[in-house]
Every structure is written in C-alpha cells, then in structure tokens.
Design a protein around this ligand. Structure first.
Ligand code: G4P
Length: 538
C-alpha cells in the first residue's frame, strides 16, 4: 500500500511547513458504531483505496486492520494499533487506529497520547455508549479537541436534537452542529450546511463502494423540493445554535464544545465534510513539551516518543515493533538516534509505516507522523528518541488506573526462569501492569489491567513467546486508590477485603473489593490518605 503518497513524504526541507500540513487524529467509539467503515470511507475519499471493502477485517472482507496475532484471528478482533497515512489535497492525514474490541485496554488510551485531535463516532440509534464515554474522558484529561460524527443516519435512530442534548447533559460538551440532517434517521437525503444555509443532497452509489455523489443546492430549491423536512432541519439547527451551539473555533480548541456532523459512513455520506473539517480546524502538531516543561521547537533536531510496542506482529519473524510519534525535526530512515532513557544509540534502518498487515518502508517523516521501528526490543513505551542537540526527554506515558487484577503463577514450576523473564518483559512493554508485595512474594506477581483482554494477551504471550504457560487467578478487587503515605500500608493490609500492592513504577496501590469496603476502612481510619488514580505520571 502506498500509504505515504509522494506528496506526504517528499522533503521540501521546511519542517515547520511540513508539520502544518499534518493532521493526526484517532477515532473514539464503541464497538460497532462504524469505526472500520468510517476509516475505509475516509481512505476512499482520499482515493487511496480504489474500492471500499479493503480495510474492514470482518466476515468475508479482506482483513487488513487486524489478524497479526493468532489470538486476534481466533476472535476476529483487532488488538493491535497502527497508523494509516494519506494525502488529502495539500494535507497529510495520519489516522491512528485504536483497538476495536469491546473490551479495551491501555493501548487504546496510549494511542490518544499520540494524537492532536479525536473524532467521536456515535451510532445514531445508540448515542453515547460506555466505551465512548471512557475514551472521551481520556481526551478531556489530555485536552484533545473532539469532533463528533453521528453515523448510520440512513437507519431509523434517535432524534438529532435528542443526541445533541445528550452531549451537553452527559459530557458537559456543547454541540455545535455544522451540518444538520434533512429527513429523519432512516430517510436520509442530505444535510443542511449550517454555515451557509445550503442543502447538500446525497445520492447513493452501488453498495457505497465509490465516493457518494453530492450536489449542493440553494435553500430556496431545497424548501421547494424537500418541503417540511428542510424547514424542520433549519428550525432545529437554529434552536441548537440559539442555545449556545453557534460555531466557535476557540471553544472547539479548548475542548468545551464539539462541532457535530451527521452522516452514514457505509454510504460515504458526510465523510467529505469530516475530512474538510479536519483539514480546516483540527489542530496541527505543536511543539511537544519536555520533562522540564520546555516546548521543543518543531524545527529542532529529530525527536519522537514511543507510544506503543507490539511484539509478534509478523508470525514468521517474532519481531518487536515500536510505534513512535515524531515530535520535532525530520526523521530519515537509517539515522542513528539516541534513546533518552538508556542513552544508547538505536539504528533506524528498518522503519516502517504499518497499517494492518501491510508495511511500507518509511524514508522520511515529520512532526505528527507515526513511524514503526522494527527490531525494537530495546525500546519501551514512553521512551524518547532524539538525534543531535540538545538532548531531550518527554514525559513518560501515564499508566491508567487498573480495574482488573489476577495473580499469575507458572503452570510448570520448572519454567520459573522463563516465567520471570516473561513477566518482566510484559510489564516493561505495558501489556499488563505488574504489582508485587512482600506478603505475596516474587513468585506470584499480580497482573493488573484496564480491560480483561490484556490478561488474555499476556497469557498467550507467556505461553507462546516465553515458553512459560501461566495460571491466572482473578482477585476480587474493583476499587483502587493510590496510598499516599507508605507508613499507612498496614492499615490497608489489615482490612478483610483490601491490600496494598506496589507497581513497578513505585506507586503503592490500595486495592479494595468495592467502594463500600474502602469507605468502611476510611471511617475507621479517617487519617488514611488515599488519592484517586488517573495516571501514574500525574
Ligand atoms: P466498528 O469498527 O466500530 O466495530 O464497526 P464497523 O465498521 O465494523 O461497523 C459495524 C456495523 O455497522 C457493520 O455492519 C457496518 O456495515 C455497519 N455500519 C457502519 N456504518 C454504517 C452506516 O453508516 N449505516 C449503516 N446502516 N450501517 C453502518 P455488520 O452487519 O456488523 O457488518 P458487515 O456485514 O456490514 O461488514
């Protein structure tokens, strides 16, 4: 796949200008809202894929997004993430894929640490769903601006006004519709362009396989032809605008409001609007702030940070690929960079763009781009890479509050050496967080995860990669806090359904069976200092 078209990768020597062309974003959604379909439609619009259907990994279609690991194949899901790059007009779009399964993991969060904006994709019939809410929280925490795309408008669904209300009520996010559907969900004929009052009429193409036909018509024409449906759209859009939803780019950028578009990805309706909006409004790469709070200028020497490490993507080679976002300078394949954590050099002879099973060699990359570094066993999530001067180190990626816990033991005691090695590796890659305590001892570490799927991935890798099958026994904890004062450890350990475990980064986590058992302990020991845990790097 010529993922990096010539226009995207050619060097004109001006790094800042190249950075300005980049838009790096991710789609946040609940499974089945249509993320794969939208990805395909966006790529189609950019004419990278000649016929829709090539990106999707499901039944009967060519699987490109996933199936790197046997486990993924068995479950028909995508666990891995990658970046898709394409040119659109003069812009270069980097779409970072977030794992698409129902149970999500820290990897999903980490992808959001590497993007400049997000598209929140909603199913018109369902509105906000649990996973979307969690991912939105991460965007808000990071201050990433969010564009909302209401999908599947070609099917019966909820009222557009009701969906807008839901955004403001549940997320505290002001909806700023830029288009408004004409014809209720299920009878979708086009959209009102709120910015100029015209009607954009869509025409279906066979199977949605090519770019949808769009015709822009003046309001008078639309009123005559579409009658009530158009008048109603105008009235509803005005109602939202009057209640604070008038478009304001500053409110989009500060995260308090979200532009809203309506469409049907499967028919490619509304997809061009979304691309245009990304190009026009989505933030471009900005100087990335280092551990000392200093922004590294875009045209400084090369720097990047690793946001994801993936092992075993190519079953034939069992290699490890580190995905890094370029923060400054020009990346040129073959350059030798320094890993700021170890101070060791790292040769980048094998740099790829990875999208699904396809890899293409990356020769040059700019701020906002994602590079996949092969043979990267020395790299860890959160590492900074740089070349030249001055040396730089970006803040490590946060670890999110785990919600699932399991004690891991080697199934075969004669493999304890392999067991230890595997546990250490999985912990350093961030596949699971590793928790220990003196009480439990080293032989039985606790795996902690944001989503239980991480356990399956860890168990699979322990068996197949480290030759040490594991037994995992789930622990009945669901509430976790940071224990502020290590001297208070005994108070928690003495509780009937609580204990303290220490994470590899040194954070003491107080685990409780539920909120109630935590509250009981706090009532008994009002001086016990516990803090909510969002991220380790807070
Ligand atoms: P995901 O990656 O978010 O999990 O969702 P995906 O794109 O796989 O889409 C989930 C289902 O929703 C698919 O149907 C897809 O065709 C459908 N879909 C996506 N966008 C639209 C849309 O705009 N309108 C309508 N009506 N459907 C849409 P499926 O039956 O599960 O799979 P398939 O057999 O179509 O591949």
């Amino acid at each position: 796949m010529s993922a990096g078209a010539d226009a995207a990768t050619s060097s004109d020597g001006d790094v800042a200008a190249q950075a300005r062309r980049r838009r790096s974003f991710a789609v946040i959604s609940h499974p089945d809202a249509g993320k794969s379909t939208l990805t395909e439609a966006l790529a189609l619009h950019a004419r990278m894929i000649s016929e829709a259907g090539a990106v999707h990994g499901k039944s009967g279609r060519r699987g490109v997004v996933s199936d790197w690991m046997e486990l993924e194949r068995a479950r028909g899901i995508s666990i891995t993430s990658a970046a898709l790059q394409f040119s659109y007009g003069d812009s270069v779009i980097n779409l970072l894929d977030t794992p698409g399964h129902a149970d999500f993991s820290e990897d999903t969060y980490r992808v959001l640490a590497a993007v400049d904006s997000a598209v929140m994709l909603l199913d018109a019939a369902k509105g906000l769903e649990p996973q979307t809410l969690k991912l939105f929280d991460v965007c808000r925490h990071r201050g990433i601006p969010v564009i909302t795309f209401v999908n599947k408008w070609d099917r019966p669904g909820r009222e557009a006004l009701e969906l807008c209300d839901e955004l403001s009520e549940r997320l505290g996010l002001t909806p700023m519709p830029l288009t408004w559907p004409v014809g209720e969900a299920g009878h979708f004929r086009g959209v009102l362009d709120v910015t100029d009052g015209s009607f954009v009429r869509y025409a279906r193409t066979a199977g949605g396989a090519t770019v949808a036909q769009e015709k822009r018509l003046p309001a008078e024409w639309a009123e005559a032809e579409e009658g009530d449906a158009f008048t109603r759209a105008v009235e509803e859009a005005e109602l939202v605008a009057a209640s604070g939803g008038e478009f304001d780019v500053a409110r989009f950028l500060d995260g308090s409001a979200s532009p809203v578009l309506f469409g049907a990805a499967v028919l490619n309706f509304g997809v061009r609007h979304l691309l245009d909006l990304l190009v026009e409004l989505a933030p471009r790469p900005e100087p990335w702030v280092d551990v000392d709070g200093e922004p590294r200028p875009l045209d400084a020497d090369f720097s990047a940070f690793v946001f994801k490490v993936q092992t075993g993507m190519d079953p034939a080679h069992r290699d490890q690929v580190a995905f890094a976002r370029v923060c400054s300078g020009v990346f040129e394949r073959g350059m030798v960079v320094t890993n700021a954590t170890t101070k060791r050099p790292f040769a980048t002879k094998y740099a790829h763009q990875v999208f699904g099973q396809q890899r293409s060699t990356v020769d040059i990359a700019y701020p906002g781009d994602v590079i996949g570094l092969v043979n990267a066993s020395a790299l860890r999530v959160g590492d900074t890479l740089y070349s030249g001067r001055p040396a730089v180190r970006f803040p490590g990626l946060p670890s999110f509050a785990p919600a699932h816990f399991a004690v891991a033991r080697p199934a075969d005691l004669s493999k304890s050496k392999q067991f230890r090695k595997g546990v250490e590796q999985l912990g350093s890659e961030g596949v699971v967080q590793i928790l220990t305590s003196d009480l439990r001892g080293d032989a039985a570490p606790v795996f902690a995860a944001v989503g239980p799927m991480q356990f399956e991935v860890a168990a699979h890798r322990m068996e197949h990669e480290f030759n040490s099958p594991v037994k995992l026994d789930r622990l009945p904890y669901s509430t976790v806090r940071r224990l502020v004062d290590p001297a208070q450890r005994a108070l928690v350990d003495a509780g009937r359904s609580s204990e303290v475990l220490t994470r590899a980064d040194g954070t003491d986590l107080a685990l409780f069976a539920d909120d109630m058992s935590m509250r009981i302990l706090l009532r008994r020991h009002p001086d016990l200092r516990l803090e909510p845990l969002v991220a380790a790097g807070e």
